[in-house]
Design a binder for this molecule. Structure first.
Ligand SMILES: [Zn+2]
Length: 480
């Protein structure tokens, strides 16, 4: 029997607020454990939550960016469960009245663009962080808890079960991350845990519309591990089903080193959480003008930018994806394009040599001035410098902000062109390398490259390579 994989994702993103959702404690990452805590985020008796307006602005912005319908009235509930990372033994979350209903993202998969629907977008507070001493979660001797994270505003985004492979889940997440980054709601740093993903995965016979029993996969720390974990889990379930067994509804953890999932506990149903309205908070009522204002403030989002880049600059689809996925690189390209109208040439340099140099030098693309790259390409187009010199100057520009126009004047880097300038040097090289010249005449192609190299060395790499090749060939074969 052939099976179809069905995957739904639950994504948690920390919002980029300066303070926590219900108190004034800092949300800064990496502080001394338990240093950003107060009675509210520790859930001490008598403390009361006070709402963070910025968290609402950012969640509404994110919901709008995800095409979700923003509820003007939403409510907070207590989600009760006992776990040491949760100081109050309940989490303030949203249940039946979430901030955002529905929504979708249009994602480019191998088989073309497809709309992936969202079920909801809701706001809740982050739990603390457990640090397990020892090798693995199961083998730890004891655990430590850090409540710095407890109470950071967290957005939960739930997709419909509409993804069908690990690869698709990864593509969706990459796009979601880009949208959230553009919206400014979160910094989406997976390595710092500000973007995390759990997945529900089940199998069903191909053609069936009923969902099979699902497993929830947790602890995937990168986009790559999401893909690997889901592919592993698909195989595991397929094996069980093809042997006539049935999948148990359970929560699995992904073990990055062993490259496998293992079950940790049977999954609670939502009734186990005994949700009830949070008595310490009023319902969240938004003015429609507040939402409209935020909608107007939304920046251009990736899907639209991709289309615009193709229309405005004539770049290819994959280039548009690159310049959208890497926002800084796209911003750089557009800024340089204002001063340099040969867009395809610019695009080639930006995604090729420039990106390479930036990565090599460990600099940020923001540190390079777009104007200088535009100038460099103009010099190249005008034939005032040759390609090797341009590459050299680009490297210096990235590392030290070298201005190419100044550099070629000060250091005499201008390309040597013209018969009258090149021929004397070529003749000199021919005269002093008669063996190589003879070899070339006998058909040894490599000898020619050697002679070109000699001329380049004499001109410190500044000879116009096309003209040099032509003149050298003419001179040796005696067509002159
Ligand atoms: Zn606090």
């Amino acid at each position: 029997m052939k099976y179809e994989v069905v995957i739904g994702l639950e994504i948690h993103v920390e919002l980029m607020t300066a303070s926590k959702l219900f108190c004034g404690c800092s949300t800064a990452f990496g502080g001394e454990p338990n240093s950003n805590c107060c009675p509210v985020c520790l859930g001490l008796p008598g403390s009361l939550p006070v709402f963070n307006r910025r968290a609402v602005e950012l969640s509404v912005t994110a919901a709008l960016a995800l095409n979700s319908e923003v509820s003007l009235r939403s409510r907070f509930d207590r989600k009760n469960y006992f776990y040491p990372d949760l100081p109050k033994a309940y989490q303030i979350s949203q249940y039946d009245q979430p901030l955002g209903r529905g929504g979708y993202l249009e994602v480019e998969f191998a088989g073309g663009e497809r709309k992936i629907n969202l079920e909801r977008v809701h706001l809740e507070e982050e739990a603390g962080k457990l640090v397990h001493a020892g090798d693995s979660i199961i083998g730890a001797g004891h655990s430590l808890v850090d409540y710095n994270r407890a109470g950071i505003p967290l957005l939960e985004i739930v997709t419909a079960p509409e993804l069908h492979s690990g690869r698709e889940a990864r593509r969706f997440l990459e796009d979601l991350r880009t949208v959230l980054l553009y919206s400014g709601a979160s910094d989406c740093k997976m390595e710092e845990g500000s973007l995390r993903c759990d997945a529900n995965i089940s199998l069903r016979p191909e053609g069936s519309s009923e969902l099979g029993t699902k497993a929830e996969v947790k602890n995937m720390n990168s986009f790559r591990s999401v893909e690997l974990a889901l592919d592993y889990e698909r195989e595991r379930q397929e094996q069980i089903l093809s042997e006539g067994g049935s999948v148990i509804q359970e929560t699995c953890h992904w073990d990055e080193e062993k490259r496998q999932t293992f079950a940790t506990r049977s999954k609670e149903g939502s009734s186990d959480y005994r949700y009830f309205p949070e008595p310490d908070l009023l319902p969240l009522i938004l003015e429609s003008s507040f939402v409209e204002h935020l909608a107007r403030q939304l920046p251009e989002l990736p899907a639209r930018r991709r289309k615009r880049l193709q229309e405005q600059y004539g770049v290819e689809k994959d280039e548009a994806f690159l310049f959208t996925g890497n926002k800084e690189l796209g911003d750089f390209f557009e800024a340089a394009a204002e001063e340099y109208p040969n867009y395809q040439h610019l695009s080639n340099w930006v995604q090729g040599d420039l990106l390479y140099q930036v990565r090599e030098s460990g600099k940020a693309i923001k540190e390079v001035e777009p104007r200088l790259v535009a100038n460099l390409l103009q010099l190249l187009d005008e034939g005032r410098i040759n390609r090797p010199v341009a590459k050299e100057l680009l490297a210096e520009m990235v590392q030290a902000g070298v201005d190419p126009k100044k550099a070629i004047k000060e250091r005499g880097l201008e390309q040597i062109t013209g018969r009258e300038n090149l021929l004397p040097i070529i003749e000199e090289v021919i005269a002093s390398n008669s063996e190589a010249v003879d070899n070339y005449r006998k058909g040894k192609k490599k000898a020619f490259a050697y002679l070109v190299g000699r001329v380049m060395a004499k001109t410190e790499g500044r000879a116009d390579p096309v003209e040099l090749n032509r003149l050298l060939e003419e001179k040796i074969t005696g067509d002159l």
